[in-house]
Design a protein around this ligand. Sequence first.
Ligand code: C2E
Ligand code: MG
Ligand code: MG
Ligand code: MG
Length: 294
Amino acid sequence: YEAKQSSAGTAVYAPESDHHTADRLALLADLRRALEDPAADEIAMYYQPQVDIATGEVVGVEALLRWHHPRRGLVDPEELIRVAEQTAVMALLTRRVVDTVVHQVAAWAAAGRPLRASLNVSVRDLHTGELVDQIARLLAAHDLPPYLIQLEITEGALMADPRRVLATISRLDRTGVAIALDDFGTGYSSMSHLRRLPLTEVKIDRSFVLGMAVDPDDAAIVRSIIELSGALGLRVVAEGVEDERIWRALHAAGCHVAQGWFHARPMPADELMTWLGRYRPVVPARLPAPRPLA
Ligand code: C2E
Ligand code: MG
Ligand code: MG
Ligand code: MG
């Protein structure tokens, strides 16, 4: 896909342009095939550790979709979701994601290594009760405690059809599945969502986290999200923690959980087990004082 320059100078994907339509349809047809053909082994879930900043302990993982297309190679999940989201293929994709992740969590629990997994769902997934039914069914089938599964939703999902989305979220909450607000700070009317929804976690968008070591404005935004969320009793996760300076700055700001390349990249389930076996908790407090931030 090509990116179009907007007047603001940022790259914008333009799904409405005719130029892209044939390509988009081909991609969707390939996705459907990859999902429906039992012999296709193209779609996998990768898992990225989430680390408690104060203790260094791994508290969970985020499950992230990877599609290795036979000709295109690795497809950017963000673009893929943007295209799939407008169609019925999204439901198929989410069904696969949920199924794979809950099975994986059950396997870890059965192996004596219970690990909480957080998975992403899109706007459309929240418009029917199907997702909640599927999750409830799988949890029961595997005899899994619901707190081992968390769903990440974005504010965009809430804006599209607040009534139906709220109904789904309330059902999820009653099931005991935790809900995180993803990409926080990039959407609209953020503050009211924090108060109105049964959330347990807020994820600070990585654009702010990445900027925090170099841009005082980003650092200020991150600090105030942490403060606000903390005051409302929500766990705060920073994503995009790429290096030690950001990790230290988050620690100083009182952020609870870090997720990013500083600790580990998303990886297949078997690699994650190897990584966990080698991992030794590190906490900023036991290290020498940091250099001052921007
Ligand atoms: P997200 O949910 O906000 O996921 C976090 C993204 O940050 C992931 O990108 C992850 O690989 C990336 N990331 C993690 N640590 C770092 C870091 O230190 N630096 C940088 N630069 N990036 C980091 P990814 O895997 O490309 O996924 C992009 C987006 O696609 C996700 O954003 C999510 O919105 C969507 N997505 C991914 N998997 C799924 C899925 O299974 N279902 C749905 N509906 N959406 C998904
Ligand atoms: Mg996410
Ligand atoms: Mg995010
Ligand atoms: Mg995102």
